[in-house]
Design a binder for this molecule. Structure first.
Ligand SMILES: *[C@@H]1O[C@H](CO)[C@@H](O)[C@H](O)[C@H]1NC(C)=O
Ligand SMILES: *[C@@H]1O[C@H](CO)[C@@H](O)[C@H](O)[C@H]1NC(C)=O
Ligand SMILES: *[C@@H]1O[C@H](CO)[C@@H](O)[C@H](O)[C@H]1NC(C)=O
Ligand SMILES: *[C@@H]1O[C@H](CO)[C@@H](O)[C@H](O)[C@H]1NC(C)=O
Ligand SMILES: *[C@@H]1O[C@H](CO)[C@@H](O)[C@H](O)[C@H]1NC(C)=O
Ligand SMILES: *[C@@H]1O[C@H](CO)[C@@H](O)[C@H](O)[C@H]1NC(C)=O
Ligand SMILES: *[C@@H]1O[C@H](CO)[C@@H](O)[C@H](O)[C@H]1NC(C)=O
Ligand SMILES: *[C@@H]1O[C@H](CO)[C@@H](O)[C@H](O)[C@H]1NC(C)=O
Length: 481
C-alpha cells in the first residue's frame, strides 16, 4: 500500500518537474539557439563543408532559356504602324559556373575566386535549333545611327554605305548569331577608320567560357550574415558598385547565395549582371519545394517604380534627369553605347504605355516575375528564376532614311529566364537537416507533453485510490487469498 502511494506521488512530482523543465526550456529558447549555432558553424565557406562544395561547384543544373520576339510587320512598322511581335522560344542552354582559382585570405575570413561560365545548348529542351531565324531591329545599325545622328556629314556617308550593302533598320539573324556574335558589315567598315571598335556584335558576345575577373567573398566565419557576400570585385569595393552610376558593376553577378537564418522582414540584396544596380527582394509567401519549406522572395513594385513613386530610383534615370518611366532601365552606357533598355519580360511591372506600344505583349506575374525560394534555416536556394528582357530604343532619325517613319518605341528583342531547382541529392540532405531541426526544437514540447501525460496518470491513480469503501471490501478477499 505504501509502495503504491509512493509510486503515485513520484509520478505526480515527475509530472510537475517535466512541466517546469519543459516550459523553462521553451522560454529560454536554448534548443532553438543550439540549432542556430550549429547552422552558423556549418554554413561557412571552409574547405570541407557542404556549403563550400555547393558554392564552389553548384550541384543543381542551371538553365538559361531565351525567348525571342520575331517582328512580323517590318514594312508597316517602318511606315509608322505599331510593331507586332511573336514570342518564339525557348532556346535552352545548360549553364556551368564553377568557382576557380580558389584561395583563402585573411585568416579564412575571405576567399578569392574567379567564376567561369559556360553555356551548352540543349536541343531537347529547345523549340528549334540555334539556326532558327529571328527578325528584329538591327542593333549594330541602330547603335551607329544613334552615335552619328548629330553629325550630318558622317551620317550621310554611313547612310549611303548602308544603302549600298542593303542594311536597314530591321534584319534577320540566327539565334546563335544574335546571342553569341556575328561579324557585322557596317561595324567592319567602321573598324577601318576606328580600329578600336569591335566588328562583332552579339548580345552575349564573349560571355561564354570566360570569367569577369577576380571576386573576393566573405566566408561567413566572422558573421554568418556575410556568408558568400561579395567583398570586392576586380579590387574595387563592392559598395562602389551601387553608389557610382558607372557600369563597372554590370558584370558583377554571381548568382544568388544567401545567408542562413533568414527572416521574413529582411530585404535580400541580389546582384544582377544585366542591370546597372543592385536590387532587393522582399518576402511574399511560404512555399514548399521538393518537400522542403521555403520563403518566396520577389522584386517589389517599388524597385521598378518611376521617380514620382520611388525617388530612390533616380539611378534609373541615365543620363541624370533623363527618366524613361516605370520598369525601364537605360543600360546604354554599359553596352558600348548600344541603345539597350532593360525591363521585365513583356514589360511586367512597367508602365502600361510600353505594353500597349508593341502588339504581342502579355505580362503575367507567374511567367514574368523574378523570384527566389529560399530555405530560411540554411539560406539554400530551393528554386529561383531570374527573368530579364532586352529591348532596343528605336526612333526616327532624320539624318538616316533607313529609319523611315518608325514610331519612337522600346522594342523587345529577347527575354531570358535563368532558372534553377534544387537537385535531388541536396534536397534529400536538406530534408534530413530540416527534420532534425524539428525534432531538436520540439524536445521541450515533448517534455511538456510527457509532463501532462504523467499528470493525467497521476490524477487517474489518485481518483482510483479514493474509490468507495464497499468495492475495496469486496476485493479484499481476492487480494489476500
Ligand atoms: C581542400 O582540401 C583538399 C584536400 O583536403 C585539397 O586538395 C584542396 O586543394 C583544398 N582546397 C582549397 C581551395 O584549399
Ligand atoms: C586566426 O584565427 C584563429 C582562430 O579563429 C585565431 O586563433 C588566430 O589568432 C587568428 N590569427 C590571426 C593572425 O588573426
Ligand atoms: C561555350 O564554350 C564551350 C567550351 O568552350 C563549348 O563547348 C560550347 O559549345 C560553347 N557554347 C556556345 C553557346 O557557344
Ligand atoms: C521569324 O520570322 C521570319 C520572317 O517572317 C521567318 O523567316 C522565321 O522563320 C521566323 N522565325 C521562326 C523561328 O519562326
Ligand atoms: C564587362 O564585360 C564586358 C564584356 O561583356 C567587357 O567588355 C567589360 O570590359 C567588362 N567590364 C569590366 C569592368 O570588366
Ligand atoms: C509614375 O507612375 C505612376 C503610377 O504608375 C503614374 O501615375 C505617374 O503618372 C508616373 N509619373 C511619371 C512622371 O511618369
Ligand atoms: C540612354 O543613356 C545614354 C547615355 O548613357 C543616352 O545617350 C541616351 O540618350 C539614353 N537613352 C534614352 C532613350 O534616354
Ligand atoms: C522560365 O520562364 C518561362 C516564362 O518566363 C517559362 O515558360 C519556363 O517554363 C521557365 N523555365 C523553367 C525551367 O522554369
Amino acid at each position: 500500500m505504501l509502495l503504491k502511494s509512493c509510486c503515485i506521488y513520484s509520478t505526480g512530482v515527475l509530472s510537475i518537474l517535466m512541466l517546469i523543465f519543459g516550459i523553462s526550456l521553451v522560454l529560454s529558447t536554448v534548443f532553438t539557439r543550439f540549432v542556430q549555432s550549429m547552422v552558423k558553424r556549418e554554413v561557412v565557406l571552409r574547405n570541407g563543408t557542404d556549403a563550400f562544395e555547393a558554392w564552389a561547384d553548384p550541384p543543381a543544373p542551371i538553365y538559361m532559356q531565351f525567348y525571342f520576339f520575331n517582328l512580323t510587320n517590318p514594312s508597316e512598322a517602318l511606315a509608322g504602324e505599331r510593331p507586332a511581335v511573336l514570342e518564339i522560344g525557348p532556346y535552352t542552354y545548360l549553364e556551368h559556373r564553377p568557382m576557380e582559382q580558389i584561395t583563402f585570405e585573411d585568416n579564412s575570413t575571405r576567399v578569392a575566386a574567379v567564376n567561369t561560365k559556360t553555356y551548352i545548348f540543349q536541343r531537347g529542351m529547345s523549340r528549334g535549333p540555334e539556326s532558327d531565324l529571328i527578325r528584329t531591329v538591327n542593333i549594330p545599325a541602330m547603335t551607329v545611327m544613334e552615335k552619328f545622328k548629330d553629325f550630318p556629314v558622317e551620317a550621310n556617308i554611313i547612310s549611303a554605305y548602308m544603302r549600298s550593302t542593303g542594311e536597314g533598320l530591321f534584319s534577320t539573324h540566327t539565334v546563335r548569331e544574335l546571342l553569341w556574335g556575328y561579324e557585322d558589315p557596317l561595324l567592319k567598315a567602321l573598324k577601318l577608320v576606328r580600329p578600336e571598335l569591335d566588328d562583332v556584335f552579339g548580345l552575349f558576345y564573349k560571355s561564354n567560357a570566360s570569367n569577369d575577373g577576380e571576386y573576393v567573398f566573405f566566408t561567413g566565419q566572422q558573421n554568418y550574415k556575410d556568408f558568400s557576400r561579395v567583398a570586392t570585385w576586380n579590387d574595387q569595393s563592392s559598395l562602389n558598385w551601387w553608389t557610382s552610376d558607372e557600369c563597372n558593376m554590370i558584370n558583377g553577378t554571381n548568382g544568388a547565395s544567401f545567408h542562413p537564418l533568414i527572416s521574413k522582414n529582411e530585404e535580400l540584396y541580389i546582384f544582377s549582371s544585366d542591370l546597372c544596380r543592385s536590387l532587393y527582394a522582399v518576402y511574399e509567401d511560404d512555399v514548399t519545394v521538393n518537400g522542403i519549406p521555403g520563403y518566396r522572395f520577389i522584386l517589389p513594385d517599388e524597385v521598378f517604380a518611376n521617380l514620382t513613386v520611388n525617388p530612390a530610383n533616380k539611378g534609373y534615370c541615365v543620363p541624370a534627369g533623363n527618366c524613361l518611366g516605370s520598369g525601364l532601365l537605360n543600360v546604354s552606357a554599359c553596352k558600348q553605347g548600344a541603345p539597350i533598355i532593360m525591363s521585365s519580360p513583356h514589360f511586367y511591372q512597367a508602365d502600361e504605355k510600353f505594353v500597349q506600344d508593341v502588339f504581342g505583349m502579355n505580362p503575367k506575374k507567374e511567367l514574368h516575375e523574378t523570384n527566389i525560394d529560399i530555405n530560411p534555416l540554411t539560406g539554400i536556394v530551393l528554386r529561383a528564376a531570374k527573368r530579364v528582357q532586352i529591348n532596343v530604343y528605336v526612333e526616327k532619325i532624320k539624318t538616316f532614311s533607313q529609319t523611315g517613319n518608325v514610331r519612337t518605341v522600346v522594342l523587345p528583342v529577347v527575354y531570358l529566364n535563368e532558372s534553377v531547382v534544387i537537385d535531388d541529392t541536396s534536397a534529400k540532405k536538406l530534408r534530413v537537416i530540416v527534420a532534425q531541426k524539428n525534432v531538436v526544437e520540439n524536445i521541450p514540447f515533448m517534455l511538456i507533453g510527457l509532463g501532462i501525460f504523467l499528470g493525467g496518470i497521476f490524477m487517474f491513480l489518485m481518483c482510483r485510490q479514493k474509490v468507495p469503501e464497499s468495492t475495496t471490501a469486496e476485493r479484499q478477499p481476492l487480494l489476500s487469498s
